[in-house]
Design a protein around this ligand. Structure first.
Ligand code: GLY
Ligand code: MN
Ligand code: MN
Length: 466
């Protein structure tokens, strides 16, 4: 945990920004996997972690934005709980550990909210994403479950985003640690990938490293020789000659800060000529984003610059054609990269997306495009120091999408469909790094950059199949 002063300062700023009414932040409860006592790994709500720091289930907290009064709601454990879980601090002690003076039983939360409502105080809450908290909010506030997303407080959402989108030095230290775990995960996979292995052997090793050094993976590991499927969670193929393995994975450290890297490695330890040509375009795009990312530029501009680089280089390879500017304006490179260049990262791997992607990635200054590809950009904002974002360009050959565009003549003036036939078994390439925006540019997070050049990756893998 951070010091209680850190949490107190965050709450004070939140109260000031929301200004009126009651801020209600619900923690998470255990989520059963297949029967009540067999639960998924507990994950606290990130807003609760950010403002209240306590990583235990069944807690809630309120802040009166006008008076500044803060109350932690939760129950002291019974002797039965102690028998199964061991001794636990009291709720009053937990509250004291984060600088909250008052604590009450969980059952008192309902009474508190009823009386606040009768005093005509607005109750600000965030959009619930877990069914448990939807049902809870329904019973606490008497609001229909299907209205909760719409009734969530825009004032509170904006105040949280304004604070969490700029990471302080304590958070950056934690993200650096999470990235170091991510490094160990990916480096292990790069060193151990060997023809004949099943993908799940590598995925399992990586997930184990996340748990060995931190609390868990930051999202379900993506590891597949069919990397053209952007989020491929099946790991059942045997590694065979001359395939590309897209590995997109990260860790949460013990403070629940995340990392998110992608490397694409050759199953045989050496890239084919065709793979190298595409790989170098993607790694140049990744480096271009690093060169451009700095305060004052929007990430939308960086994303478009990456699309431009793709159009130029794919034209040189004969896969695209026509005027490059027009191809970019018409969204033609999205055939190859139908996702955005990156997203915010922090306590969530896609930071704060529970609050609404547009509030996080667009704010009031930018508007999300409706164009295929660009519409998937999750972070378009003007960059400021303290932003933590991912830089994850990719080129994929998705036969079904290529066939669809070909049939419908989508961007036919910019795409050489006949040449793409040679790439139907190619798969995909994505290269993802985690980036901190500094006062005059940016830096990679974590102590070391994962090998990324063709030369470095092949050097690391040269003995894998001996
Ligand atoms: N969690 C997958 C990605 O955004 O890279
Ligand atoms: Mn990723
Ligand atoms: Mn990512």
């Amino acid at each position: 945990m951070f010091t209680k002063a850190v949490y107190a300062a965050r709450r004070q700023r939140l109260a000031k920004d929301v200004a009126k009414g009651i801020i209600l932040i619900l923690g998470n409860s255990e989520a059963p996997a297949n029967y009540p006592d067999n639960c998924y790994t507990f994950r606290q709500d990130s807003n609760f972690l950010y403002f209240f720091g306590l990583n235990d289930p069944d807690l809630a907290a309120v802040i009166d934005a006008e008076t500044g009064e803060e109350i932690l709601f939760g129950d002291d454990v019974s002797i039965d709980d102690i028998i199964w879980m061991g001794p636990q601090p009291s709720i009053a002690d937990k509250a004291a550990s984060i600088g909250v003076k008052k604590s009450k039983k969980y059952a008192d939360l309902h009474k508190y909210l009823v009386s606040a409502k009768s005093a005509k105080k607005e109750i600000h809450f965030t959009p619930p994403y877990r069914y448990h908290n939807m049902i809870l909010l329904n019973s606490l506030l008497g609001l229909p479950i299907d209205s909760l997303k719409k009734k969530a407080s825009v004032t509170l959402i904006k105040a949280i985003v304004a604070q969490r989108i700029v990471k302080d030095k304590y958070e950056i230290e934690e993200i650096d640690k999470a990235c170091n775990i991510g490094y160990a995960m990916h480096y292990t996979a790069m060193k151990l990938a060997k023809l004949g292995m099943v993908e799940q052997e590598l995925a399992g090793l990586m997930d184990g490293i996340a748990r060995q050094h931190g609390s868990m993976v930051s999202f379900a590991t993506i590891l597949s020789q069919n990397g053209e499927t952007l989020h491929n969670h099946t790991h059942n193929q045997i590694l065979t000659k001359d395939r590309l393995i897209v590995i997109d994975a990260g860790a949460e450290n013990n403070m629940n800060y995340c990392s998110d890297n992608t490397r694409t490695i050759p199953s045989s330890g050496k890239f084919t000529q065709q793979q190298k040509e595409i790989y170098n375009i993607v790694s140049d795009a990744n480096n271009l984003a690093l060169k451009m990312a700095r305060p004052g530029i929007t990430y939308l501009e960086v994303h478009v610059a990456v699309y431009r680089l793709f159009a130029e280089r794919l034209k040189e390879l004969g896969l695209m054609k026509g005027n490059v500017d027009e191809a970019v304006a018409n969204g033609a490179p999205a055939l190859f990269m139908p996702h955005g260049l990156g997203h915010n990262m922090g306590l969530d791997v896609h930071d704060m997306e529970d609050l609404g992607e547009d509030y996080v990635g667009y704010g009031s200054a930018a508007k999300r495009s409706k164009q295929f590809g660009l519409a998937s950009l999750r972070m378009a904002r003007k960059l400021v120091p303290g932003n933590v974002i991912t830089d994850e360009p990719g080129i994929y050959f998705i036969p079904a999408l290529i066939e669809k565009w070909k049939k419908e003549k989508t961007n036919a003036q910019f795409i050489n469909f006949s040449k793409l036939k040679d790439y139907y078994n190619f798969g995909g390439i994505r290269l993802e790094d985690d980036v901190l925006i500094t006062t005059d540019g940016c830096r990679l997070l974590g102590a070391k950059r994962l090998p990324i050049t063709v030369k470095d990756v092949e050097r690391e893998m040269k003995d894998n199949n001996k």
